[in-house]
Design a protein around this ligand. Structure first.
Ligand code: PLP
Length: 394
């Protein structure tokens, strides 16, 4: 007897669950896009985007998904033949690097240790060896959505400084902005890339950059040109139409305004804490399930596990059978494994608009699905999660 009828639940790591209030804010006809309410509302987004990334550096909004934000970051900082160092810890930094390669950039990949985050010491050693400063930029993701790792962005900054290296520091916060602590300015990040459809709870369609003065200076020395992605024209506050390089994304502006209001009302740090408690709950459930069986977090050290997405190693259990029972019979869509993790993991997204019943419901469904497919696991994961999360309740 299927138990899927009722409100369907999406537990994938992006797009995330969109609050009804955001969807309702978007459900409106277009209005004047040249002046008036829309223009004022759009400009009100920029200071709040600075607040979520903790910076006064220039924020930009592109009409695109995360890949578009990546492309914007590349075409504004790198010329053909330039060299970059990509710090790989899963799948997504490689994707960013492959995009740079398509623009003729020379990409060197430095892999994180197995099932762990980027090792800052390795970064320092590699940059020290680059005595002629050929590496123009260091690219890393804060949270890798495939491996579930949470990289230490502040420690990598220290490693770059310890090596005395002038490379631009570029950080992908697609799966982490508005989920875990991030300090664009304090950590000396030059370019932050992100998007609206994960922690920022808005349907896919907006990509964000935050850029430092150092990055802007690099842009002004480039030989490469771009019209759509060029950030210079988009920074002119007198030219609203130029800020979006054409028609403004009217409904997305209303949706993002609502989402940022929700984050500011809750308090950014309270949002981070909520993610931390929910992440701890998921990890407690996985530890319980795996007591006497193959299930475990893909990332070995809990301190390096993301609070916005969990990648769970399944060993002898087929992750696709688990996902298909969860989706078809129990109404929850779980995340699939990506890339090299496809056959060995499934993922639970817990970013953005996620509360206690949503995550406990998802974990309960995983437990039913595990039993249904006859997987070896120890029950009691939901109870373990509830215990772990109780500490997060004021
Ligand atoms: C989702 C994601 C991307 C890509 O975003 P798209 O909107 O799918 O283009 C890039 N990096 C990370 C870490 C992500 O999680």
């Amino acid at each position: 007897m299927p138990l899927a009828n009722g409100r369907r639940s999406l537990s994938i790591p992006g797009p995330s669950v969109f609050p009804d209030a955001v969807l309702q804010a978007m459900h409106r006809p277009a209005i004047n896009i040249y002046d008036g309410e829309l223009v004022e509302m759009a400009y009100s987004l920029f200071p709040d985007l600075q607040k979520v990334a903790r910076t006064t550096d220039t924020p930009l909004i592109y009409i695109c998904n995360g890949h578009g934000a990546w492309e914007a970051s590349i075409v504004n900082t790198l010329d053909e033949g330039d060299k970059v160092l990509v710090l790989e810890s899963g799948r997504f930094a490689v994707g960013w690097g492959e995009m740079a390669e398509a623009f003729g950039v020379q990409v060197e990949y430095l892999n994180a240790p197995d099932r762990a985050g980027v090792d800052p010491q390795m970064v320092e050693d590699r940059l020290r060896a680059d005595i002629n400063h050929e590496i123009k930029a260091v690219l890393v993701v804060q949270i890798d959505t495939a491996s579930g790792v949470w990289n230490d962005i502040a420690a990598i900054r220290k490693a770059i400084d310890a090596a005395g290296h002038p490379a631009l520091y570029m950080v992908d916060c697609m799966a982490s902005l508005g989920c875990v602590p991030y300090e664009h300015s304090e950590w000396g990040v030059d370019v932050t890339t992100s998007g609206c459809q994960k922690g920022l709870m808005t349907p896919p369609g907006l990509g964000f950059l935050h850029v430092s003065d150092k990055a802007k200076a690099v842009r002004n020395q480039l030989k490469r040109g771009s019209f759509y992605w060029d950030w210079n024209r988009r920074m002119d506050p007198e030219m609203f139409y130029e800020n979006f390089c054409g028609t403004a994304p009217v409904q997305h502006i209303y949706g993002l305004r609502k989402a940022l209001d929700m984050i500011m009302d809750e308090g950014l740090e309270a949002v981070w804490d909520r993610h931390a408690t929910i992440g701890a709950g998921v990890r407690a459930a996985v530890a319980q399930w795996g007591q006497d069986g193959p299930l475990e977090m893909n990332i070995r050290d809990d301190a390096e596990c993301s609070n916005s997405v969990s990648a769970i190693l399944t060993g002898s259990i087929d992750p696709e059978s688990l996902r298909s029972v969860a989706e078809a019979q129990l109404g929850v869509t779980l995340g699939n494994g990506l890339g090299q993790f496809a056959a060995s993991t499934f993922r639970i997204g817990h970013m953005g608009h996620v509360n206690a019943p949503m995550i406990l419901g998802t974990l309960g469904v995983v437990e039913i699905a595990l039993a249904n497919i006859g997987a070896p696991f120890t029950s009691g994961g939901v109870e373990a999660a509830a215990k772990a999360m109780a500490g997060g309740v004021a």
